[in-house]
Design a protein around this ligand. Sequence first.
Ligand SMILES: NC(=O)c1ccc[n+]([C@@H]2O[C@H](COP(=O)([O-])OP(=O)(O)OC[C@H]3O[C@@H](n4cnc5c(N)ncnc54)[C@H](O)[C@@H]3O)[C@@H](O)[C@H]2O)c1
Ligand SMILES: O=C(O)[C@H](O)COP(=O)(O)O
Length: 602
Amino acid sequence: MVPGPVSNDRLGASNGRSSPKPRILVPEKVSPDGLALLASDFDVDSRPGGLSPQELIDLIPSYHGLIVRSETKVTAAVLAAGTSLRVVARAGVGVDNIDVEAATAQGIIVVNSPAGNIVAAAEHTVALLLATARNIGRADRTFKDGKWERGKLVGVEVGRKTLGIIGLGKVGMKVARMAVGLGMKVLAVDPYASADVARQASVELVPGLADLLPVVDFLTIHTPLLASTLDLLGEAEFQRMKKTARVLNVARGGVYNEAALLKALDEGWIAGAGLDVFTKEPPEEGSVAAQLARHEKVVSTPHLGASTVEAQENVSLDVCSQVLLILRGGLPTAAVNAPLILPEEYRKLQPFVKLIEKMGGLYTQHYVGARGGMVGGRKFELVYQGELAGINNTRPLFAALVKGLVSSISDSGGRDVNIVNAALIAREKGIVINEVHTRENSGSTYASLVTLRSYDTDPAAAGKEERGAEQIIEGYVSGKTVYISKLDRFTASFTPEGTLLILHNYDEPGKIGGVGMVLGRRGVNIEWMQVASLEKGDQGDKGLELSKVDSAVAGMEAHGSNTKGRGNEALMILGVGGVVGKEVLQDLTGEEGILDVSLIRL
Ligand SMILES: NC(=O)c1ccc[n+]([C@@H]2O[C@H](COP(=O)([O-])OP(=O)(O)OC[C@H]3O[C@@H](n4cnc5c(N)ncnc54)[C@H](O)[C@@H]3O)[C@@H](O)[C@H]2O)c1
Ligand SMILES: O=C(O)[C@H](O)COP(=O)(O)O
């Protein structure tokens, strides 16, 4: 993963001509403070006006480094054309414009500046908060048009009002502290925030959106844009808010569904919005995003959250110093795609690293995403049983769990977690992981078994380590394939890969057919399915596996039906293809006898 230093010979060969220095392309406006660090060793080609996708593909073969902000799309095609490319640096936080997966596959390091523009983004949020409260945009516009409309521009105060924050990470926490300083009451939703850290900042963590939306006067989001946060707020959510509420977005376009937000403003479900980011930037003429940007009730800015002199200096210095290090053969400080395992441990540990990472991802999406639970403040026990118990260096396994747990909730998809920073990231998120080695394998048929247990510490028994409700995932490796053998109280045997739907239901006839009909109607293809029953000794028999059933619902019914009455529970686990949107989950949840549904992407 770590490249050796770049030699000028190599560059000459790739160019077809000799060049005195390795080359770095900067197709956006990046502060000269950082670029100056590179000037003596490299040929820095700055093109602040930007490049078209084709121009970038045509130019990239002769460059060793690429430094971008959010406007340049570093696609798989750009990376494939970058045959000499060693590093892509994002002068900012979000790497959603970079195909990190493709970069990793090509051994290209992606670095960013995780903290350089936090203050700028938080201050911009507060600027929009006050601007929406006091109609600053409209006042400025109409005054400049020669109007004096004091009567139409009466605002509201923010002091003593309630601010809701979705995503209490670096920017969210900064906004919270500033809002407390303005005399606001602050509530937040973030399954990974530590309740202790929140309390110290006078923020009250609430369990979910249902607790937040009806009570806030202002709402701001500070989550990354992920599959799990895309369209997080739609029509139903805006309808739950106060008519006087105002919403802000200095994170990413798409977390509020733009069409729903436009409707909410037009219909008067909410009073206003302050928007810095849009699904397409700049918004296309006539698009919903463009209508929002121009809306009477919206204060809009063209993605200016990080655009301060100070933030641009910070991020430029951060990433340029990393580019310098990498191209000289050193290790970066903020690689987004750093490896979990050292090469010498790879063969032995890689399958277990994969298993544990998948278990972590499954945990967050099944227990937290679907059920509105919390991860911050929970304790985890990672039990290595059988042969695996003999492994001394379990740091990659620990790191794999942290990576899996945070993968569905972080900008980088957890790819920035590595063996060096995993413990720190876990601490920041309030995740406590205890590793247990045991030679016993409790009757298991697998040579090595991994169990992930999570439990609440009873808040009433402060410091006494009493356990609250326990959640369990168990898995094993066979050959190179990883399997989940237990999920909660249910015995299973499935490969945690791709898009899965996990339905907790009453084990009674008709369930499979009903679910198959819903998915068929919504164009979701069932690739395989399995019914996992309660463990022996709990209730019922072992799960019945039905592999590779397509849409043969009738056939599934015949195999999968059983005649147990209501009271017995089961999990229906489906590997699916196609787009599984909110409406699919709503339809499934509405089916008779379905207790809950989780959508898992692994
Ligand atoms: N407009 C701008 O110019 C600008 C500037 C800086 C950052 N940003 C964007 O702001 C966002 C936040 O940045 P950050 O540095 O604070 O990131 P961060 O990773 O520190 O914080 C994100 C937080 O969101 C939480 N989260 C994830 N999914 C969630 C969900 N479904 N519900 C509730 N919380 C959830 C995470 O647990 C985490 O605490 C990023 O998307 C970043 O790109 C925009
Ligand atoms: O993710 C970020 O860092 C911000 O959105 C800033 O983007 P920018 O560098 O294009 O201003």
